[in-house]
Design a protein around this ligand. Structure first.
Ligand code: GAL
Ligand code: CA
Length: 342
């Protein structure tokens, strides 16, 4: 019996090793004998609910549908870790790199590595902020959004709602006293959303007063919760609006408000499932669809084309702008239309 067990154990181990080798090895072949395309990809932080909850599963889904292999690793919010991961992917001979930068100001490091190895590179979600980085290499492209649009759309929603609800101006001074949860400092999305959401009030001739603003490199619910609790303690009733650059942080702010039994208008970005539920329950006033599924689709579409030696957007509905970027549009999500996004 013992012998049988140990034989079975050895067999299981051998099978596991064979299975792993097949899983990990980039140079696999399909049934037709053609070489399978392998994408080496990362998510900057598996703790991020939009990137890990929406983009990552969609990348897998579209890769499967296209019959290509994708290996997705967690960079744990460390650029050094990502640099090493890219070296490993290059060593494995992946066909394409699909990279979600940790530090948008370190794009050139990654682009140089891809260029030296002559491997095409698709950057996604976090746009390079270094001047000229995208021009360093003819085989690098970007998939994301037009960052400012989320702020513009969110700002318009807030302005319209403010105008429609005279009681939101609690102290009756005609100004919007707001707090803002920013997200990662230096991230083009965080910077542009912060700027343009507030600019919408300026454009409408409505004065604003920023009571407080807090960056959070993790865009996290916990961070949003802690900060909102602190703000409620220090500003109490004077907060009239909570602007959040993503839904994750808004969820935290909502928790903190619930704990104190208060309710202040709050807006996010991403349109996560939970945000739609909060809108349904009247706990959130609006969000902006950050179309992670289509961003993932574009990453896979471009990857497959490039790996097959084609033009990156051939046969797709995507277009590239002057900085080689596909920009998937944002959409306003309000109490009127949220059900369409479920
Ligand atoms: C933004 C998104 C945030 C966060 C960030 C990570 O586009 O709205 O929730 O995921 O990307 O880079
Ligand atoms: Ca006021």
């Amino acid at each position: 019996m013992k012998k049988l067990l140990s034989v079975m154990l050895v067999l299981t181990m051998v099978l596991a090793i064979v299975g792993c080798a097949k899983e990990e090895g980039p140079e696999t072949t399909t049934d037709q004998g053609a070489k399978e395309i392998v994408i080496g990809a990362n998510i900057y932080n598996f703790g991020d609910n939009f990137m890990n909850g929406v983009v990552s599963p969609a990348l897998k889904e579209y890769a499967d549908a296209a019959g290509v292999k994708i290996n997705i690793v967690d960079s744990e919010n460390q650029q050094n870790k990502l640099n090493d991961q890219v070296d490993i992917f290059i060593g494995q001979g992946v066909d394409i790199l699909a990279i979600n930068l940790v530090d948008p100001a370190s794009a050139s490091t990654i682009i140089q590595k891809a260029k030296d190895a002559n491997i095409p590179l698709i950057l996604f979600n976090k746009e390079a902020t270094e001047e000229g980085a995208m021009a360093m290499y003819d085989k690098v492209w970007y998939v994301g959004t037009a960052s400012a649009d989320a702020g513009i759309i969110q700002g318009d929603m807030m302005v319209n709602d403010w105008k429609a609800n005279a009681n939101w101006d609690k102290n009756g001074d005609g100004k919007v006293q707001y707090v803002l949860l920013k997200g990662e400092p230096g991230h083009p999305d965080a910077e542009a959303r912060t700027e343009y959401s507030v600019k919408a009030f300026d454009a409408a001739g409505i004065p604003v007063e920023e009571l407080a603003m807090q960056p959070d490199p993790n865009w996290s619910t916990d961070g949003g919760n802690d900060k909102m609790a602190t703000w409620l303690a220090s500003f109490g009733d004077s907060i009239e609006l909570v602007i959040c650059n993503n839904d994750g942080m808004a969820f935290g702010a909502i928790n903190a408000m619930k704990e104190q039994g208060v309710s202040i208008p709050v807006y996010g970005v991403d349109a996560l499932e939970q945000a739609l539920n909060h809108i349904a329950d009247g706990e959130m006033n609006g969000t902006v669809l950050n179309d992670g599924k289509n961003q993932a689709k574009a990453v896979i579409d471009l990857s497959v084309n490039v790996a097959n030696g084609k033009d990156p957007i051939e046969g797709t509905s995507w277009s590239l702008d002057e900085v080689k970027a596909v920009r998937v549009p944002y959409v306003a999500v309000t109490p009127k239309n949220y059900a369409d996004f479920k």
